[in-house]
Design a protein around this ligand. Structure first.
Ligand SMILES: [Zn+2]
Length: 372
């Protein structure tokens, strides 16, 4: 018997859409389904229905003191069905993180920090003794379904005097592993120089905070895209938003998109502080900012579903397809003005407000807590 019948929905392109979920997987899809019996029926009353949103840059290991959150606060309560923690933990503490997250409603996955301590302090890569192959490789072997990538934070306060040495180690470890894992690289203040960071990255690696407004970002002082950034994009480095407290600038986004440097994936870099006080708040707000760049609804939803699933090789997620995981996000788009603020305090007004109403994880329905 069908576990959940989601009726009266519409696709991101506005077509009627109904979905059933059985044993945690999508079991049928169509414009109008005939369902004899379902354990639960959810009438979404004409709202949009997409694959479950995936946020591929979050910080949700609750035992830290710097960047932390409860995964469900960033997850199902905001319409996000899968959060990928971006290197909050390393070999020392990723096992504990794994155990804690098993009881969460939201799917939680993790990138392992190249520093074995994770982000215990801001300078986790200031001491190269924290970068060790044995514990790293052991953790990757111990948590094969949990660890989906490697995180290297390459900004001055993190690496101190180590420049791109931690990233070079991450690249070495990536090649030594039998399993292919992408590396996500955080960028910010220099040194290390963005140019040297991008030179080490290869196709399929992910540049997060790509659209920041810092001097070591993608734009020159004259406001043009640096040529080595365009070359990095052309060689297949993935540009990811990673909004964060300090890392999304409206002008950078606008110039980059005009130059063809399209983000593949949209992520928030959310943790309790930028969730509660902004400028991030939640994924829906980040999607609204991306729509201001001219992307339509179907495009931004792909950037938070199929694209992050592809970044991290999550073959069972990110698409509405029979047989894949029964994760869905239900949302509406309201036409009303809303002021949006970037990481540098710049403001823009949108007229398209995205309000998630339910997150469905493996056929279980959770009401969101996002204000309309
Ligand atoms: Zn982060």
């Amino acid at each position: 018997m069908v576990d959940l019948y989601v009726k009266n929905g519409k696709s991101v392109t506005g077509e009627p859409l109904e979905v059933t979920i059985t044993d945690g997987k999508i079991s049928a899809m169509g414009r109008a389904l005939t369902v004899d019996r379902a354990k639960e029926t959810l009438d979404v009353a004409g709202r949009y229905l997409s694959a479950g949103w995936i946020d591929d840059h979050t910080h949700c290991y609750e035992k830290l003191t710097l960047y932390y959150d409860d995964p469900d606060e960033d997850g199902v309560k905001t319409g996000v069905t899968t959060v990928i923690d971006a290197g909050s933990t390393g070999a020392d503490n990723i096992g504990d993180f794994y155990q804690i997250t098993r009881s969460k409603k939201t799917n939680v996955l993790a990138m392992i920090n190249i520093s074995k301590t994770g982000i215990l302090a801001q300078d986790e890569l200031g001491d190269m003794n924290r970068v060790q192959w044995e514990p790293f490789a052991q953790a990757v072997a111990d948590y094969p379904d949990f660890i989906v990538g490697i995180k290297a934070r390459e900004s001055h306060s993190v690496v101190v005097d180590n420049d791109v040495k931690p990233l070079a180690k991450a690249k070495e470890y990536q090649q030594r592993l039998a399993k292919q894992l992408p590396i996500m690289v955080h960028v910010g203040a220099n040194p290390p120089e963005l140019k040297d960071i991008l030179a080490l990255m290869t196709k399929g690696d992910i540049l997060t905070h790509a659209y920041n407004g810092k001097p070591n970002g993608m734009l020159t002082d004259q406001g043009q895209v640096k040529s080595f950034v365009t070359e990095a994009y052309q060689k297949g480095i993935i540009f990811d938003v990673g909004h964060g407290t300090d890392s999304y600038n409206f002008n950078t986004g606008e110039v980059a998109i005009a130059a063809g440097l399209i983000p593949k994936s949209i992520s928030t870099d959310i943790y309790h502080r930028n969730r509660e006080n902004g400028p991030v708040f939640n994924m829906a707000t980040t999607l609204e900012k991306m729509m201001l760049l001219g992307f339509d609804l179907a495009t931004v939803i792909k950037m938070v579903t199929a694209a992050p699933a592809d970044n991290f090789k999550l073959s069972q997620k990110g698409q509405l397809k029979v047989g894949l995981d029964g994760d869905l996000t239900v949302f509406e788009v309201q036409e009303k003005p809303k002021q949006l603020t970037d990481s540098n305090g710049n403001q823009r007004t949108t007229n398209q407000v995205i309000v998630p109403t339910q997150a469905i994880v493996a056929g279980k329905v959770y009401q969101t807590e996002v204000e309309a």
